[in-house]
Ligand binder design. Structure first.
Ligand code: SAM
Length: 235
């Protein structure tokens, strides 16, 4: 057997509506909360019996947004400034022979919503609509290896960018009672400096935009300073 077919067991509802600005690994932004919605026939209470005893889960998912774009044996990891090539299997790149991703996320709670079963998660690095293939509990005794070497990504990326908010952006965030962590989420996303490597070398002020939840966020970058200029609700 050289090829297999798998069923999607559920999909993720995420604040990240486009690839740009998603952190490169899970756990970097605790305020990135999402929901894994299990659909029938995988929405049975029995299928998750005992899962709440685990604080973290491994999610096996499909890089659905980029899957059709194929892969190449060498990739340029952003961590290396985008200039050095590494073998695809020496990286966590999205463009892989089988476009399968693996993320460890925090399980906040499990609840039922009509015929669906919902796993509320935090610390996610997943695009909205990501199809999930499997869930496995994170086992600290087997999965946490303090002696492990991390190659060219031995520690979490630096988050040294400063972030400020305009009066409008700040007032907008304070008014979002349903999203009390919006300002912190924006701040932590921008601190990661989501710009592509080649733009980080530029001196002139740069203008960017992203969508988190249903909010359009605009900001400028000047040196190592991000300034959130405007936030608007999408129609
Ligand atoms: N933790 C996973 C892993 O190691 O397999 C993902 C690592 S990958 C470097 C992280 C990036 O995947 C994110 O920054 C985001 O841009 C991208 N991504 C997340 N969900 C995706 C999806 N459904 N389709 C395509 N790309 C996605």
């Amino acid at each position: 057997m050289s090829s297999f077919q798998f069923q999607v067991i559920g999909t993720v509802e995420s604040p990240y509506k486009q690839k740009f600005a998603i952190p490169r690994q899970p756990g970097l932004i605790a305020e990135a909360r999402g929901k894994l919605v299990l659909v029938p026939p995988y929405a049975e209470d029995d299928i998750v019996r005992g899962i709440e005893a685990f604080s973290h889960l491994w999610l096996v998912f499909v890089f659905h947004e980029t899957a059709s774009k194929g892969w190449s044996p060498l990739v340029r990891p952003p961590r290396l400034g985008g200039n050095t090539r590494k073998g695809v299997f020496a990286t966590r790149a999205t463009f892989r022979p089988n476009p399968i991703g693996l993320s460890v996320v925090k399980l906040e709670r499990v609840y039922r919503h009509k015929s669906n079963l919902v796993l509320e998660l935090s610390g996610i690095d997943l695009l909205d609509g990501t199809p999930i293939l499997d869930i496995k509990p994170y086992l600290p005794y087997a999965d946490a290896l303090p002696e492990a070497g991390g190659g060219f990504a031995d520690s979490a990326p630096q988050t040294s960018m400063a972030v400020s908010f305009s009066q409008q952006a700040s007032t907008f965030c304070q008014a979002q009672t349903l999203y009390p962590e919006l300002a912190v989420l924006i701040e932590k996303v921008l601190k990661q400096d989501p710009r592509p490597s080649y733009k980080k070398q530029r001196d002139a002020e740069q203008h960017y935009g992203m969508t988190l939840y249903h909010f359009n966020i605009k900001w400028t970058v000047n040196g190592d300073h991000n300034h959130v200029t405007e936030i608007a609700q999408l129609p």
